[in-house]
Design a protein around this ligand. Sequence first.
Ligand SMILES: [Zn+2]
Length: 130
Amino acid sequence: MPENTKPAPLAIVSLIYCKCPRCRTGRVFPYSPLNPVKFSKTYDYCPHCKLRFEHETGFFWSAMYISYVFSAGIIIAFGAVAINLDWTFTRIFSIIIPGILILTPFLYRYSRMIVLYLLHPLRHFDRKYL
Ligand SMILES: [Zn+2]
């Protein structure tokens, strides 16, 4: 084994850092999630191993459902806490709506990353990377 070869990080670590599901080195998103205009830009191919991320048109549409579950979970959890603290609905919504808007880039990205790691066809053809 060559000295400069490092083992690939765990899949969950690569997912958290938004790395390619095959090589776990290349980035999936070229811009920071804090960039309000370009946070949604996704590379077409992995810059390191050239894996095509959106292998068919509409592949990432299922990420919309995951993002919905994230948002609903946050709203339900926060709403339950806020109701137990006897906050008014105006106060609850004035916190939840900006909070979800601020979290949107992260919800968007992690929804896509979960779809990439769970549904990408490389899972069926390339077992050595899993
Ligand atoms: Zn890659």
